[in-house]
Ligand binder design. Structure first.
Ligand code: 13P
Length: 250
């Protein structure tokens, strides 16, 4: 049995006061024993404030990216060890906004995942195709090559300590979620690919869906066999919406 995980990616939103209020509302709004694990992912500079708010609660804290090396001359980067020191347990790698706007390659994403694992941080590896790739029938090829780049680097043992997030680029921030069936098809493909390497790791691996998840769509998405929770952008900025999505993951 895979315990679901619901993560809120706050992207580059919020002020110190706003983010503290949001974190407090998430912390206070969850039941004592939520069925799903809950993770919030603020901007780097907000991590210390959010860590203070979440101290002693069950809500997990993550970062939106992580350096591909443990230390050194890497201006502008933040290492996994630094994130761990501030209470982070997870880091996104390979978010499509990083891949597209900042030209992060499969190789860099894989190196970031490895550096996270080396420091005991769980990488949440984001994968997904663009609309053009989907329309030209390339979805499977794209997501499997993104997965392989990471799997070849971290190995199946590294993958066992990671989380995958399928986020079709055309569904991110557009209000147009993949249908539960569309998402399930890709999740099953990803899990099947891992099964080809290691059956037990495939069964344990959590694969989140991301892309316009809302309280109204979460139930149907999370009911699918291979969808183990969500990576939520816009709706995670409203505590009530995010809490409703967390409740939908059972
Ligand atoms: P939206 O939920 O706003 O579509 O964002 C999804 C996402 O990119 C989460 O990482």
């Amino acid at each position: 049995m895979r315990r679901p995980l619901v993560a809120g990616n706050w992207k580059m939103h919020g002020s110190r006061a706003g983010v503290e209020a949001l974190a407090s509302a998430v912390r206070d709004g969850l039941p004592a024993q939520p069925a799903a694990e809950v993770l919030v992912i603020p901007a780097f500079v907000h991590i210390p404030d959010v860590a203070r708010v979440l101290d002693g609660s069950a809500v997990l804290l993550g970062a939106q990216n992580v350096a591909d090396a443990s230390e050194g001359a890497r201006t502008g980067e933040v290492s996994a060890g630094m994130l761990r020191e501030f209470g982070c347990s997870h880091a996104l790698v390979g978010h499509s906004e990083r891949r597209t706007l900042y030209r992060e390659t499969d190789e860099l994403v894989a190196a970031r995942a490895q550096a996270a694992l080396d420091a005991g941080l769980t990488p949440v590896v984001c994968l997904g195709e663009t609309l053009e790739q989907r329309d030209s029938g390339k979805t499977a090829e794209v997501v499997l090559s993104q997965l392989d780049a990471v799997m070849n680097r971290v190995g199946v043992a590294g993958l066992a300590k990671s989380v995958l997030a399928y986020e079709p680029v055309w569904a991110i921030g557009t209000g147009r979620s993949a249908s539960p069936e569309q998402a399930q098809e890709v999740h099953a493909l990803l899990r099947g690919h891992v099964r080809g390497q290691h059956a037990a790791v495939a069964e344990e691996l959590r694969i989140l869906y991301g892309g316009s998840v809302k309280p109204t769509s979460a139930d149907a998405l999370f009911a699918m066999d291979d969808i183990d929770g969500g990576l939520v952008g816009g709706a995670s900025l409203q505590a009530d919406d995010f809490l409703a999505i967390c409740q939908a993951a059972r």
